[in-house]
Design a protein. Structure first.
Length: 94
């Protein structure tokens, strides 16, 4: 019975370790996607292909609707933080 108990405990620990590795990998991918979207959004919207623009809008936006041939949406979290003034930069540097 002790061997079975040790085996089950070891299996549980291995499962927790695998969950941690998966979670770490997902967190890293999410962070990379967030930073890429945040740094390249203007470039994509001004010069990107239609497919790139669509992907960006669906990545950062929610509650999308069309009004007067323009897309309106709310930013998903954590992208909504980029709307706060302390995170804006003046790209024209005037």
């Amino acid at each position: 019975m002790l061997i079975l108990s040790n085996f089950l405990e070891q299996a549980k620990i291995e499962s927790l370790l695998n969950d941690t590795k998966t979670s770490e990998h997902n967190w890293l991918e999410f962070t990379e996607q967030f930073l890429n979207n945040a740094f390249h959004a203007r470039e994509i919207m001004e010069n990107g292909l239609v497919e790139e623009k669509r992907k960006l809008i669906f990545d950062v936006g929610e509650n999308l609707f069309l009004r007067d041939k323009k897309i309106e949406f709310s930013f998903k979290k954590p992208y909504d933080i980029l709307l706060q003034p302390q995170y804006h930069t003046n790209v024209l540097r005037d």
